[in-house]
Design a protein around this ligand. Sequence first.
Ligand SMILES: [Zn+2]
Length: 262
Amino acid sequence: METVNGVVIREKQIGESDKALAVLTREIGLIEVMAKGAMKINSKLSGSTQLFMYSKLCLNKSKDRFYLNSCEPLDLFYNIRLDMCKYALACYFADIIHYTIQLNEPCDIITRLLLNTLYFLDNGKVSNRTLKTIFEFRHICEIGMMPQLLCCRRCYRYSTDIGLNMYMDMKDSTLLCEDCKNELAKAPEPLPDMIKLSPKTVEQLRYIALSEYKHLYKIKLNSDEETVLSDITENYLQEKLGVVFRSLNFYKSIEFKEKEHG
Ligand SMILES: [Zn+2]
């Protein structure tokens, strides 16, 4: 018997009454768990096997498969399941994890990132958009694809302190300062696709990539900054992973409708 603390990031009904779960745990990473009888109304497992619940799980292991023996909820994240927009965003986070994290490999930092993000998504103290940008960018950094954010790749200047715009080369994950970009634009070879970043945007990306977890969610973004950053982090994640998640389109369509109706 093994006891772990984990959050359910995917659930699938198997047959009449069983559930197959993907659970992100602090102790043993992402695992697949069979919950026998969890679909039955009176099952003692039904409460803790719903999407985005964080629970203490007692598991039996047999032939490399985990079976859920018993569970005890630790955090219900109740508001996420009541609010369609929050729910859609959480599904997007779950898809990113499922796509990038190997089964049965320890990933304590990713579990922490997800749990912290769900915590603020649930209590609403940080906006959905800010959480989206934090999760997208910090996740891609944590899995080893952090761009070189420190200085211009050509002249090595830090640049934000002298107020220069920077350009992010999405393909090779580096920055080029405005001066160097103008210089290179004179050469006959075409420049790669680059996204323009204001000094402030560069500072915000550095903050999300590098700040300690206890400070990460204190970032304050106004509505324009959220829009700019959300586009950049989304594009960067898509460029690095080479995939567009359907759950992201779903989240965006709900967010758009909510805005339209005030
Ligand atoms: Zn430069």
